[in-house]
Ligand binder design. Structure first.
Ligand SMILES: *Cc1c(COP(=O)(O)O)cnc(C)c1O
Length: 401
């Protein structure tokens, strides 16, 4: 069907808001600006004291023994797999319902990403399928805490332990999130966070790997800066020396002090931001309660999601329009949305390289047609949330079968 410029003029009681409500906006306040300016004035821009301070604060926050700051979550995932020994010819189990980064880091190491389906209720990894996909070549499992909802970690870890494979968590969405009272970041072998511009806290670009194992932390630290034995900060500070050794052929994945200065301030606000997102998610939940056309995200017992995203699924049998038309209609009402994600197995690279077909993962395939992510971030107002609710209700009422 075609979408006209005023799709519901005849029935609508809603005024279209005058300003576009973006799908996401970062919350950058005076503290962040001051911290970056101070760092600019300090004369030390790249990895140094601010990065150390950020790592220490982050480690303490999630309850991990070690934290290694990196310039992206992608870098963290890459180094985490490298640290636990993923090598050419190994297999790593990856959910198909994720972002490009989760799969590509496996390919960086010439290992094979073995895709598995998601659960239809919260779109996290299907643990039964993980079990069926394990092989003697499996070296690691890479669950994604989708939208900030923790995966079911107890059966996943039991499975991994019994088969001698590592669990590297993609927690790009999951700060802060709790699973059975334990914070994501202190659960699996290595956990990887993102501070990309749209994530729950941001440094523009940035990431963090947390672990309880000193050896892995050290390996990631060394590999993050050319495989060198000591960091520039040690080399150029008063107590450092000029000497270093190249221990490995490493990468250039270090975080800058400029980014860390931002991160330190954002981390202090992490809890405040989360409370707002949780409240807004509850408003959405209530707002769509009586609409069978809108399938709300399920929350498992004894978890607290980070609410990075609020992903609804449309019950397409009850609507006369598809997801894409739904998105276009929200845009006409000046509301930005997004889709998380186009499953990996539908992309040309995965089809061509590994022979995946659309029907291989029916849950992900079906969910993909139904999902959309509504705006959810602390910088939007409660009135913005109510506006989104009203518009979604209006669209549903107009286009229900
Ligand atoms: C954003 C994202 C990443 C990558 O994070 P970067 O910091 O941009 O590298 C990885 N996995 C998922 C699920 C993401 O959404």
């Amino acid at each position: 069907m075609s979408v006209t410029s005023h799709p519901m003029r005849s029935r609508s009681v809603l005024e279209v808001r005058s300003h576009f409500l973006p799908y996401h906006l970062p919350s950058i306040e005076q503290e962040e600006i001051d911290a970056v300016v101070d760092t600019l004035r300090s004369g030390w821009l790249t990895t140094g004291a601010k990065v150390k301070q950020f790592e220490e604060a982050f480690r303490a926050k999630v309850g991990a023994r070690h934290a290694v700051a990196l310039n992206s979550c992608t870098a963290a995932l890459h180094l985490a797999l490298e640290a636990v020994g993923v090598r050419e010819g190994d297999e790593v189990i990856v959910p198909t319902m994720t972002f490009a980064a989760t799969g590509e880091v496996v390919a960086y190491l010439k290992a094979k990403p073995v895709l598995v389906d998601c659960r239809p209720d919260n779109l996290t990894i299907d643990v039964d399928q993980v079990e069926r996909s394990l092989s003697p070549k499996t070296k690691a499992i890479l669950p994604v805490h989708f939208a900030g909802h923790p995966c079911d970690m107890v059966p996943l870890l039991e499975l991994a332990r019994s088969r001698n494979v590592y669990v590297i968590e993609d927690a790009a969405h999951a700060l802060p999130a709790w699973y059975q009272g334990v914070m994501v970041g202190a659960i699996g072998d290595i956990t990887c966070f993102s501070f990309y511009a749209t994530k729950t806290i941001t440094t523009g670009e940035g990431g963090m790997a947390t672990t309880q194992h000193g050896e892995w932390a050290e390996r990631m630290r060394v590999m993050s800066l050319h495989g060198m034995s000591r960091h520039a900060w040690n080399r150029y500070s008063a107590e450092g020396s000029w000497s270093y050794e190249i221990l490995q052929s490493g990468y250039k994945y270090n975080l800058t002090d400029l980014a860390a200065a931002l991160g330190i301030e954002q981390l202090k606000k992490c809890e405040r931001f989360w409370k707002i997102r949780e409240r807004y998610a509850a408003l959405y939940h209530e707002g769509f309660e009586d609409l069978p056309e809108i399938i709300r995200p399920a929350v498992a017992d004894n978890v607290q999601p980070a609410w990075h995203l609020y992903v609804v699924q449309l019950d397409l049998h009850r609507l006369r329009i598809g997801r894409n038309e739904f998105i276009d209609l929200l845009k006409k009402y000046n509301i930005g949305t997004s889709v998380h994600f186009i499953p990996l197995h539908l992309h040309p690279y995965y089809r061509r390289t590994y022979g995946y077909r659309p029907a291989d993962f029916p849950n992900a395939r079906a969910c993909f047609d139904r999902i959309l992510s509504l705006p959810l971030y602390p910088k939007m107002s409660e009135a913005d949330v109510y506006y989104v609710i009203d518009v979604v209700r209006e669209v549903v009422q107009h286009y229900r079968r």
